[in-house]
Design a protein around this ligand. Structure first.
Ligand SMILES: *Cc1c(COP(=O)(O)O)cnc(C)c1O
Length: 463
């Protein structure tokens, strides 16, 4: 059953859905290694620390809410992906998951490339010194200005997404006297999500050019004719939070089929294939993500086998993990403001942030875990819902979780695995100020994205 489809009704408290938290964990003080960043530990005094710093000290120094990011863990994950794929493949970090100049520098140092999908992300990458040739530019509606800027800067590749864009990129490149490397993004009729994938009828979406009906083949024909373009490969991205490799298997089969048709029609073997991102992480103890080396092995084997069958030279593979690198490396630290036990239902725990710092629960029905981190507790577990401070009843951070029954205002709680798509999707709803991102490493903490201030808000409001 798709985990996103589980019923979440008001009677959750006494009728827990099957396969969900059917029972509270044996000890709420134990932190599941799977969902917490690598250096997170609970000390003998009960206080949780990360990067050698107690969360109580982080809260005092930087305030709450705050995203706390374990730099050593980020670097280790980036390196693990790089090492797993080796020198004959490329790893592009998907900047949309979370991007800041510090992150760009870490990626550069760890030998990863970078995906951007807007002028703003491109500007961030360039201003932090990422070499342009290691940047890929994505998006289904890049503006003329963005295209011009990307080509002028010398980005390594533009992933073209439509027939119009093929022409726009070619013209822009020619007017700049350049030949731009491009990949064509195609949709292969596969949508993968978590434990399921749908292998037909998923061309009904805004991204890419459908393989079906010969449209992708026609796009290739046009791209090969244009002097401003150097077509280096085909791109396919099939979904998000994927655990099952079978969706990639079907996608690779179809992409390689197109490469074979291109060879047969044009006599060219395109040198690259990009399989996108979307690899899943553990948000709760129920999730079992794969290690980068397993993913690399599986993807390489699939592409190699498909190419052997098609009698093609195996192209250079690239992948684009975002969530799988940054997701597990951060948690959101909140202070509990109110605790409202509703008899026979659940306890509502209100924190000092909410849907403005984590929209994923409201938007995708995403599941998260949560723990009391400023102290240990021997109190009995109680079914809780962690909610924010916004004027909206859908303002839920963690839908169902067990917290100690003695939880009280002033306690610090933390929601793990919020490194991806939380700060990057944060909003100013209710004019709430977006939290900082604090990087911790080896006993030191530093702000890499500062907290918004009321001045920041008012600066945009010109009166
Ligand atoms: C979003 C996206 C990614 C990254 O997805 P994750 O789930 O964060 O790994 C990679 N490639 C493309 C084209 C994307 O749109």
């Amino acid at each position: 059953m798709s985990r996103s489809a589980h019923p979440a009704g008001p009677r959750h408290a006494d009728v827990l859905p099957e396969g969900h938290y059917s029972a509270p964990p044996a000890d709420l003080n134990v932190l599941d290694r799977k969902v917490w960043a690598q250096t997170v530990t609970r000390a003998d005094d009960g206080v949780v620390s990360v990067g050698g710093i107690p969360v109580t000290r982080l809260a005092e120094e930087f305030g709450t809410p705050a995203y706390i990011l374990d730099e050593a863990d980020f670097r280790a994950r980036a390196r693990a992906w790089r090492t797993a794929f080796g020198p004959d493949a490329d790893v592009f970090y998907a900047g949309k998951a979370f991007l800041s100049r510090a992150v760009v520098r870490w990626l550069d140092e760890e030998g990863l490339n970078l995906d951007v999908c807007s002028g703003g992300e491109l500007a961030t990458a360039l201003s932090a010194g990422m070499p342009a040739e290691r940047i890929a530019f994505h998006g289904n509606n890049k503006s003329g200005e963005e295209i011009h800027r990307a080509i002028s800067a010398g980005v390594g590749r533009i992933v073209v997404d439509s027939f119009q864009e093929i022409v726009r990129v070619a013209h822009a490149a020619q007017s700049l006297g350049k030949r731009q490397k491009v990949q064509i993004r195609i949709t292969v009729g596969v949508e993968a999500h978590t434990h399921e994938f749908i292998a037909t009828a998923h061309e009904d979406q805004k991204f890419g050019i459908p393989l079906a009906g010969g449209q992708a083949a026609e796009a290739v024909r046009r791209a090969l004719q244009l002097d401003g373009l150097e077509l280096i490969g085909i791109h396919s991205h099939i979904g998000s939070q994927i655990f099952d490799m079978s969706g990639f298997e079907v996608a690779a089969h179809r992409v390689v089929g197109l490469l074979r048709d291109i060879r047969d029609e044009h006599g060219v073997e395109l040198p690259e294939i990009d399989l996108g991102g979307g690899l899943g992480i553990a948000y709760t103890s129920d999730d079992d993500p794969r290690e980068p080396h397993e993913i690399a092995k599986a993807l390489t084997e699939i592409v190699t086998r498909e190419c052997e069958n098609a009698r093609l030279r195996t192209p250079r593979i690239s992948v684009e993990p975002g969530r799988a690198i940054v997701g597990p490396t951060a948690f959101t630290l909140y202070e509990v403001g109110t605790v409202k036990p509703l008899e026979g239902l659940r306890t509502y725990v209100s924190v000092d942030g909410g849907m403005s710092d984590n929209i994923r629960t409201a938007l995708y029905d995403a599941e998260y875990s949560v723990a009391l981190v400023s102290r240990a507790s021997d109190a009995a577990p109680t079914l809780a819902r962690v909610v924010g401070k916004h004027c909206e009843s859908g303002d839920i951070v963690v839908k169902d979780a067990f917290l100690p029954a003695d939880l009280a205002p002033g306690d610090l709680i933390a929601v793990p695995a919020t490194g991806a798509y939380c700060r990057s999707m944060a909003s100013n709803y209710n004019h709430v100020l977006r939290p900082p991102v604090v990087a911790v490493e080896g006993g030191a903490a530093r702000v890499i994205v500062r907290r918004e201030t009321e001045e920041d808000l008012l600066r945009l409001d010109v009166g």
